[in-house]
Design a protein around this ligand. Sequence first.
Ligand code: GUN
Length: 305
Amino acid sequence: MPEPTVLDGIAIASEIKAEVALEVQGLKARGVNPGLAVILVGNVAASEIYVRSKVKTCAELGIFSEMLTPPETVTTEELLVMVQSLNAREDIDGILIQLPLPAHVNTKLLLEAISPDKDVDGFHPVNVGRLQSGQPGLQPCTPAGVMEMLRRRNIDVTGKNAVVIGRSDIVGKPMSMLLLNASATVTICHSRTFDLPAVTRNADILVAAIGRPGFVNSTMVKPGAVLIDVGINRLTDANDVARFFPNNPDREALFLRRGSVVIGDIDPAAFALSSAYTPVPGGVGALTIAMLMSNTVKAAALRRA
Ligand code: GUN
């Protein structure tokens, strides 16, 4: 079997960011300064890392950004006031509320309060509806990044069997809709699916978005399939590291240094069966922020169209 193609998310993200930087320059020449506001509630370490990375990328591409950091104790009402004020601001084109929010906050209500035209996460019901009905709108960054990756690496999905494992509002559902809109034959699987391996073995394109380390194994993959791994999980047990990464001294060394290593939802052993796959790290994850930047510029342009 020929060597699989590695779908290099970092390289593809660089291509997208370079194009977005040019669009930013074009907008600025017309007197439009694209701006993104990010709301980060409390002190969740992972969220802080993601948000810092989003703000830094804005600066690299010439996009104005503003971070609002209310404490963990903030109320839904206080957050609603913040969102309404951002909705009204002329200099803000995109509003992102970093998830998850504390349990006492009404997440759905807040996401619905964001103006659909500034909803750069594509989570507002109006944008969900636009995606469902095939109208232009802002689309969730991670699945949009997967489509961008397939398009840029000439992987045609028309007529193919695409199987998505996971039905989250952030990835699984919008991913399925994007693949359907691109004329794939789409199956959505989840934790209650009967005989999952029988379904996944039918996939020409298999997307794993379930958050379970190395869950998709070689017996679940059709030889020659395209494997898209959306999972970002951490292994903290030495036995798991040895099992998933045998003969991989680099990962072993990383584990000894850091006490954990990152793994996706697909067992790396299964990648060898594929025609193309996204590595973890350095695959789909790298595209999410690039697409957020792209959505911010798109929102800035659309609001003035
Ligand atoms: N938390 C994890 N992923 C995301 C995302 O794509 N958007 C937001 N707002 N929060 C997240």
